[in-house]
Design a protein around this ligand. Structure first.
Ligand code: AMP
Length: 302
């Protein structure tokens, strides 16, 4: 029932209207693993440098997160820095220092090879595909995240990788860029021809939209009084979504709808504080409480 994630483990410097941190643990795989581990054991594949300390490792401790695929290399960990606009709808990347991430060639430990649920976080599409090739047998569910950089720069490889993907999670601009279609519903039909059976469009403060060939489902972002830092919300959403789905075991309509809600619930905790601070502390009880509030928030009778 394990869920494998490949992606970045990073140190981030973040500036929002609510404050600033110079160095906090981040990276897509960190957010994803912390969120998903509430539902299933997570197997992480990532790379860090010598600056990744025992204190950083401790963030993942006491949870069902297997770090035997976390490679330690000479040099510095991936570093990313970003600044949010006043309304937090826009983000400017100030620095991307790949460091050890530049040489990252994901290698799966033998104990990971039987994994049946996989999330290919936002890395070079050829490397995403290499993870699938290493696995023994075909996984049951494969999710993939990507970004404008790879849609533009590694388009052919991305299209090749997408042939093996069930669920694509990207934002609206990326959906338009990948398909050349402005209308998101028409764009989703284009995505289905590329391989994925389900498209999840992440829309920040507007929530997320799931397009399946037979139905469409939309979840809002949970309304919060305080949003301090949106960093990692998308990766947390993916972790909650994939974690719930891996636990549920099948991609039927009800499971997919509930997975969307858990993705949105987990993301709502992440944005309450900087970096992974809130996410690393949230309990399953708090998650379920908020999921119940979510059901009330969106319920109505016709
Ligand atoms: P999100 O807010 O969902 O876009 O995720 C932010 C996280 O992604 C941060 O913790 C960064 O360390 C990480 N990140 C930023 N740029 C990249 C990149 N080019 N490749 C992989 N991870 C990245």
């Amino acid at each position: 029932m394990s869920l494998l994630v490949v992606g970045s483990v990073a140190f981030d410097a973040i500036e929002t209207p609510f404050g600033k941190v110079d160095r906090t643990l981040g990276g897509a795989a960190s957010y994803f693993a912390l969120a998903a581990s509430h539902f299933v054991p997570v197997r992480m594949v990532a790379i860090v440098g010598e600056d990744f300390s025992d204190k950083d490792r401790a963030v993942f401790k006491g949870r069902k997160i297997d770090l035997s695929g976390l490679e330690h290399a000479a040099g510095k960990s991936f570093f990313w820095s970003g600044r949010y606009s006043q309304n937090m709808n826009e983000r400017t990347t100030l620095a991307t220092e790949l460091n050890v991430f530049a040489e990252f060639k994901p290698t799966l430990p033998d104990t990971y090879l039987d994994t049946k649920h996989v999330f290919l976080g936002n890395i070079q599409p050829g490397l995403q595909q290499s993870v699938l090739h290493q696995l023994n047998g075909k996984p049951r569910i494969v999710g993939l995240d990507t970004m404008n950089y790879w849609i533009e720069g590694s388009n052919a490889q991305l299209r090749e990788t997408l042939k093996h993907v069930d669920i694509l999670t990207i934002n609206d601009d990326e959906t338009r860029q990948l398909t050349g279609e402005h209308n998101l519903i028409r764009a989703s039909r284009h995505v289905f021809k590329l391989g994925p059976k389900i498209l999840i469009i992440k829309r920040g403060e507007h929530g997320a939209l799931m397009v399946h060939p037979k139905f469409i489902f939309s979840v809002p972002a949970f309304p919060l009084e305080q949003v301090h830092d949106p960093t990692g919300a998308g990766d947390t959403f993916a972790g909650g979504f994939m974690g719930y789905l891996a636990k549920a075991g099948s991609m039927n309509e009800q499971n997919l709808r509930r997975a969307m809600v858990y993705g949105s619930v987990l993301a709502s905790f992440t944005v309450e504080k900087f970096g992974v601070e809130r996410l690393a502390k949230v309990t399953r009880r708090e998650i379920d409480q908020r999921a119940r509030k979510f059901a009330k928030l969106t319920a109505f009778k016709l």
